[in-house]
Design a protein around this ligand. Structure first.
Ligand SMILES: Cc1cc2nc3c(=O)[nH]c(=O)nc-3n(C[C@H](O)[C@H](O)[C@H](O)COP(=O)(O)O)c2cc1C
Length: 155
């Protein structure tokens, strides 16, 4: 049976949300069953049924996840659910002028998800706001590769 894909968005000023919406629109055209959720008010139970996820999050503070992603990250750290039935991809947003913490929001999620047994497909991708490329352009290239790696489950 065709699986669905959920994009979880951590954002402060909306860039990651825009990226997620572009990914969703692109995948919907390919008849992939995809939905986007802001991380606000989510906890570990979002992963309870397993399945396919994209984490799309920026970085704030000193390498922290955005405010709307804090509860989900903390809930994973304290509850420590078994996520071995979760498959994910990661698109992070950051700014390399923050040399010590570039992209750490995404990296924080990558670390905890892998510690809990979730399987990342492909490399994680970081967009650098201190570059000339648009995050949504990079995201569409990245998601094409990602979908190719996931294979038929979503198509
Ligand atoms: C106050 C502030 C702090 C930030 N801290 C970091 C950081 O520590 N590391 C990093 O890579 N990017 C950092 N960024 C850059 C953002 O993650 C980047 O601009 C991102 O594209 C914003 O996405 P959003 O609109 O979805 O929140 C910071 C930006 C601001 C405004």
């Amino acid at each position: 049976m065709k699986q669905k894909l959920t994009i979880l968005v951590g954002t402060m000023t909306g860039t990651a949300q825009l990226v997620a919406e572009e990914i969703e629109a692109h995948l919907s055209e390919k008849a992939i069953d995809v939905s986007t959720k802001l991380m606000d008010d989510l906890d570990h139970s979002i992963f309870a049924a397993g399945g396919y996820f994209i984490i799309c999050t920026s970085t704030y503070g000193q390498g922290d996840v955005p405010d709307n992603a804090q509860m989900l990250l903390e809930s994973l750290k304290t509850t420590k659910p078994d996520l071995s039935n979760v498959t994910y991809g990661l698109f992070g947003l950051g700014d390399s002028t923050y040399t010590e913490t570039f992209g750490f929001g995404g990296k924080n999620f990558d670390l905890i998800l892998s510690q809990l047994g979730a399987v990342r497909v492909g490399d994680y991708k970081l967009h650098d706001a201190n570059s000339n490329s648009l995050p949504e352009d990079e995201a569409l290239i990245w998601i094409e590769e990602w979908i190719g790696l996931v294979g038929k489950e979503l198509q």
